[in-house]
Design a protein around this ligand. Structure first.
Ligand code: ADE
Ligand code: ZN
Length: 329
């Protein structure tokens, strides 16, 4: 077995996967056509080319707008799991779902989550791929609306909705990254785990990672690449074994970073941080969970033992119960 094939076939989990981005490109374009949703471009080559995170998020927001009917949501859920099993032997996945995108179009919290969970449960039955859901605060929205989102999580409990996260980007990226502290505290009081996108691109900093950990009190970090700019924080989070859900191939698009041994994720791994890898947004970054290993880890120069350790970190950092973790190991 050639090494890239070994990496592709290794059983995997992924902890950082935005639900909308499990759409296939063909379905994204055909649903946009059906509903008359204007994509930034209909040329598939350009549709998946972005100058930066803000530019990518325009395309991402358009994609949330093509998922309208319960069947759109359930079919996307089911087909996305099947594709990931074929592409990279996926065994378990945690999905970021951002209800505030859908609420602006009149799709309520349970209207969104019911079909998504139906589709994912059917895929679990047929394909044995477990899942949990991380409800994400949209950072464009107010701190007050984030608290209301957590109140909805509490009012409508689902066994699979286990955590609160935050994604998207404040328009100028200047607001206080700790402003959602009340929403996070409320989620924790109700037993939810927590994570946050932090320290992703050049507009972010190690301080954003520190605030996510010390002010929001997160159990995990999404991205977190800027942590390396603060040696003391890096050592502290290494000692705490705090999980970082990184997404190698997305950084090639959003930060123009080469995938080589000098990549920030490669440095994070060598620094002893608890790093797992995920796709983030498969359709938009032309990636899948197989390629994050067979191209990402391969090009970082990670050996077989290292790749296995990263796959195990993806179980260790998961927000599921210990029975599910035992099944995955
Ligand atoms: N939403 C989807 N992908 C994202 C990312 N990489 N960063 C911030 N928000 C996102
Ligand atoms: Zn993300």
């Amino acid at each position: 077995l050639a090494y890239p094939d070994y990496l592709r076939l290794l059983p995997k989990t992924e902890l950082h996967c935005h639900f909308v981005s499990t759409l296939s490109a063909a379905r994204l374009i055909s649903l946009a056509d059906r509903y008359g949703v204007e994509l930034p471009t209909t040329d598939p080559d350009e549709l998946f080319d972005y100058s930066d995170l803000a530019d990518f998020l325009v395309a991402f927001r358009a994609a949330t707008d093509v998922l309208r009917s319960p069947d759109d949501l359930a079919t996307t859920a089911y087909d996305g799991v099947r594709a990931a099993v074929i592409a990279g032997n996926l065994r378990y996945r945690e999905y970021g779902v951002n209800p505030q995108y859908f609420a602006t179009r009149g799709i309520g919290y349970t209207e969104l989550l019911d079909p998504v969970i139906d589709g994912l449960r059917a895929a679990e039955r047929d394909l044995g791929v477990g899942f949990r859901i991380v409800v994400a605060i949209n950072r464009r929205e107010s701190a007050r609306s984030a608290v209301e989102l957590v109140e909805q999580m509490v009012r409508h409990p689902y066994a699979e909705v286990v955590a609160l996260g935050q994604d998207d980007l404040t328009p100028e990226n200047t607001e206080d990254p700790g402003r959602f502290a009340e929403a996070y505290a409320l989620a924790k009081r109700h037993g939810f785990k927590t994570t946050a996108h932090a320290g992703e691109t050049a507009t972010a900093s190690a301080e954003d990672v520190r605030i996510a950990v010390d002010v929001l009190g997160v159990d995990r970090i999404d991205h977190g690449y800027r942590v390396l700019d603060d040696a003391e924080l890096t050592a502290r989070l290494r000692d705490r074994h705090l999980p970082f859900a990184t997404t190698p191939l997305s950084t090639r698009v959003l930060s123009k970073w080469e995938l080589d041994a000098d990549h920030r994720i490669a440095h994070m791994i060598r620094a002893g941080l608890n790093v797992s890898v995920s796709t983030d947004d498969g359709v938009f970054f032309r990636t899948d969970i197989g390629r994050e290993y067979s191209e990402g880890l391969l090009d970082f120069g990670i050996d077989a033992a290292g790749a296995q350790a990263i796959a195990l970190a993806g179980i260790d950092g998961a927000f599921c119960d210990d029975d599910e973790k035992a099944r995955l190991r």
